[in-house]
Design a protein. Structure first.
Length: 264
C-alpha cells in the first residue's frame, strides 16, 4: 500500500514513525515548506507544494498512491480542499486526521469569532495589551488595531501615568517571522510545546490583558489557555474553517493506523 501523508503537525510525525514499522505500507510525507526549520518525520519526505489540484492529481497518479492521509494543521484549509478534490477525481481514499478542538472550561472568558479580521475588530473592546498566538497567517489583519511601534522592541509595560495610547499594544508569537516583518507589533519567535508556568510568567511580565488564538486543539499550545484562565484574561478564539463535504475524519493517530492496517 502506498500512502501520501500530508504533514507538518506532531500527529503527522507520530503517524510516520508508526507506519515506518509496517513492512507492507510505503509512506511519503509531504511538507509544505513554510516553516524554515521544520521537524522532519521518519521515512521518505518531499517538500513544497504540488501546484494546485491538477498537480496533486498528477503526483498521485504518477506515484500510484492508494491512500492520502491529510494530517495538516486544522487551519490549512486550502490544502485540505485540494486533497479532497484530488482524491475524489482519482478515486483515492482520503482520511483527514483532525485532533479535537479546545472546549471552554469553568472560569474561561472566551469569545468565538470566524476570522482574524473579526478578532481584530473586537480586540480594542476587550483589552489594551494583546498576545497574538495565531502564527504568521492572518497576522496582518491586526495592524489597524495596533498601537504604532516607535522602537524595535516595545516597552514591556504601559506608562504609569498620562492618557492611554489609541489602539492595542500587541505581542505576536510565531515560529518564523512574517514577511515582511511587521513594525506595528513586538515579535516573539518561539516554538512549542509550552508549559503553564512559563506562559503565566510571560502574561504577567508583559501585562497582557487579552489573548487571541486559533482553535488548533491539542496539548502542545494549550498551556496559554490554562494561564489565561488562572489570571482571568479574556480569550478570543478563531473558529476552524469547515471541512469539505463528505470527507472521512478521524481524531487520533491510532485510529488512522488501524484503518490502514485493516485495509491491507
Amino acid at each position: 500500500m502506498k500512502v501520501l501523508l500530508l504533514g507538518g503537525t506532531g500527529e503527522a510525525r507520530r503517524l510516520a514513525e508508526l507506519l515506518a514499522g509496517e513492512p507492507e505500507i510505503e509512506v511519503v510525507s509531504s511538507l509544505a515548506g513554510r516553516t524554515a526549520e521544520a521537524r522532519l518525520p521518519e521515512g521518505a519526505v518531499r517538500r513544497g507544494g504540488f501546484g494546485g489540484v491538477e498537480g496533486l492529481i498528477d503526483w498521485l497518479n504518477t506515484h500510484q498512491i492508494d491512500v492520502v492521509v491529510d494530517a495538516t494543521h486544522p487551519f490549512a484549509a486550502t490544502m485540505t480542499e485540494h486533497a479532497a478534490q484530488a482524491a475524489r477525481l482519482t478515486d483515492v481514499e482520503l482520511l483527514v486526521l483532525r485532533r479535537a478542538g479546545w472546549r471552554e472550561q469553568a472560569g474561561d472568558r472566551w469569545t468565538w469569532v470566524g476570522s482574524p479580521e473579526e478578532a481584530a475588530r473586537i480586540l480594542p473592546r476587550l483589552g489594551k495589551r494583546a498576545f497574538l498566538t495565531i502564527g504568521r497567517q492572518g497576522l496582518s489583519a491586526f495592524a489597524a488595531a495596533a498601537v504604532p511601534q516607535t522602537t524595535a522592541a516595545a516597552a514591556p509595560a504601559p506608562p504609569a501615568s498620562g492618557p492611554a495610547p489609541a489602539g492595542v499594544w500587541i505581542l505576536a508569537r510565531c515560529v518564523d517571522p512574517p514577511e515582511p516583518v511587521p513594525d506595528w507589533c513586538e515579535l516573539l519567535l518561539d516554538r512549542g510545546p509550552y508549559v503553564v508556568q512559563s506562559e503565566l510568567e510571560l502574561l504577567r511580565e508583559r501585562r497582557i490583558d487579552v489573548l487571541v488564538t486559533k482553535d488548533s486543539g491539542g496539548p502542545m499550545t494549550s498551556a496559554k489557555l490554562e494561564a489565561a484562565r488562572a489570571l482571568g484574561i479574556p480569550v478570543v478564539v478563531i473558529e476552524r474553517p469547515p471541512l469539505p463535504a463528505g470527507v472521512t475524519v478521524v481524531e487520533t493517530v491510532d485510529q488512522v493506523v488501524r484503518r490502514l492496517t485493516d485495509r491491507r
